[in-house]
Ligand binder design. Structure first.
Ligand SMILES: *Cc1c(COP(=O)(O)O)cnc(C)c1O
Length: 305
């Protein structure tokens, strides 16, 4: 079932902690957002262990399997697209392994910066909850979160007490089923915007959208490898944001000042660890290959590459 609460994507981290984690979760951590997810679980008073992977590297199915075999965990958390490092974790392969070997475990995916661009098929992923925000690859203003929950997730909710009100996933679902409404006032204006954008997305088709993102990502990776070096482990590069090593050591802050004069902007590396050491070029939502080429052309001119 799909649900669209009035919130940003982070609400689903709280929902996971309050409604799905019974006792202890296992979180794959390879960047700032997956770290936030793990911290949210403990902030809500539930236990969480982490699989800590070097930033820039991916979470692999065998790492998750090794931890799950201890039998301690009822929920697994993975970030689809680590926006901080530009790493795309293999969520389909991890899902297949969990479904086959640990069918009682609930599998939750933060797809905030991927869904709407990268391909997300909850049934094929075997995810129990996968969520996004409207302001990333859906190319809408912020203010709505979008989640898809499985029957298994809703059953799990029944076993978990103190789910709160705004965070009650089962409440969202039952209210909608009974009344086709939300349990609290929704952001109606944005729902109209979402409806408009979803029509456009359906017209483009999921495959068309995915192919367009693959095209932008592949071109950007080629450009990055020609002038610099990609930051993520090879084969695990994001389709929606390219994180590039600043091998020339030029100032990213200054670059953005120059780009702003040309009405463009890129992102500095995320957090203390990656700031100025990397930079990120977003290519998601309604962007197309000519847009990406244009911003990269400006960078070439400014840095005289
Ligand atoms: C942006 C982002 C978030 C936070 O989403 P909000 O909509 O700001 O709550 C979480 N995870 C990832 C991977 C993100 O890129």
């Amino acid at each position: 079932m799909g649900t669209v609460p009035t919130a940003s994507g982070t609400l689903f981290m709280d929902i996971t902690a309050r409604c799905l984690v019974k006792k202890k979760a296992l979180a794959g951590v390879n960047g700032a957002f997956s770290q936030r997810f793990a911290e949210t679980i403990s902030a809500c008073g539930k236990e969480v262990d982490t699989i800590d992977v070097e930033w820039g590297k991916a979470i692999k199915p065998e790492m998750v399997r090794e931890q799950l075999s201890s039998g301690e965990y009822d929920t697994v958390l993975v970030c689809h697209n680590e926006t901080s490092t530009g790493v795309r974790n293999p969520i389909y392969k991890i899902g297949e392994m969990i479904q086959k070997e640990f069918p009682e475990v609930v599998y939750v995916i933060d797809s905030v910066s991927a869904m709407g661009g990268d391909l997300v098929e909850p049934e094929k992923i075997h995810s129990d909850l996968i969520f996004a925000s409207t302001q990333k690859a859906y190319a809408l203003p912020p203010g709505l979160a979008i989640g898809f929950a499985s029957e298994k997730a809703l059953k799990r909710c029944e076993e978990v007490p103190n789910r709160g009100r705004y965070t009650d996933l089962l409440g969202l679902y039952t209210y909608y089923k009974k009344k086709q409404q939300t349990p609290s006032t929704p952001n109606v204006t944005l729902l109209y915007a979402l409806s408009y954008q979803l029509d456009k997305m359906l017209e483009e088709t999921a495959k068309g959208r995915y192919d367009r993102h693959v095209e932008m990502a592949t071109w950007t990776q080629g450009w990055a490898n020609k002038h610099f070096e990609m930051f993520p482990e090879k084969g695990y590069e994001s389709l929606t944001v390219s994180t590039i090593k600043n091998t020339l050591g030029n100032s990213i802050g200054d670059l953005n000042k120059e780009l702003a004069k040309r009405h463009f902007m890129i992102s500095n590396g995320y957090g203390k660890q990656l700031k100025e050491k990397t930079f990120r070029i977003g290519h998601m939502g309604d962007w197309t290959l000519p847009d990406v080429k244009e911003v990269c052309n400006h960078i070439e001119e400014i840095w005289e590459l």
